[in-house]
Design a protein. Structure first.
Length: 140
């Protein structure tokens, strides 16, 4: 990735110079293309980015949810439609992550293969109750 693309990606992800970035389940080449990746543990990172292509893998991204709940940058990277075999779509993923106490507040293009959802804590207890209802309701 060339420097202008590199700095643009950092801007889109909200990563500043000097930030430490932890990757979870990242594609093999991402350690060299994302800014600030230095092998930091998710607990010590300023930003945590977890990648998944399957809904069944969302439980494996607990460190991403913990980072979001702690007020740090927390992203879930998921495949763009038609790029990889996946059962994830943006709107469904945004709904599904609410069961972890977080909500999607922004969607960005990471690159030609991946999109990302920025996560923050659910805003109120009422939202958490609504998320539980949404998850329990068939087709909700």
């Amino acid at each position: 990735m060339k420097w202008p693309e590199f700095s643009e990606l950092a801007r889109r992800l909200g990563i500043s110079a000097g930030d430490k970035v932890a990757l979870i389940n990242a594609p093999s080449d991402y350690a060299h293309t994302l800014p600030g990746v230095d092998g930091s543990s998710p607990e010590l990172a300023d930003a945590v980015i977890g990648f998944t292509a399957r809904r069944g893998e969302l439980d494996q991204l607990a460190a991403v949810y913990v980072a979001a709940l702690a007020g740090r940058r927390a992203w879930i990277g998921y495949p763009k439609p038609g790029r990889l075999a996946t059962d994830l779509r943006r709107d469904e993923l945004a709904r599904d992550v609410r069961r972890y106490g977080v909500q999607s507040i922004e969607s960005v293009s990471i690159d030609r293969m991946w999109s990302g959802l920025l996560l923050h804590p659910l805003e109120t207890a009422e939202n958490a109750v609504q998320a539980d209802i949404d998850m329990a309701w068939p087709g909700g």
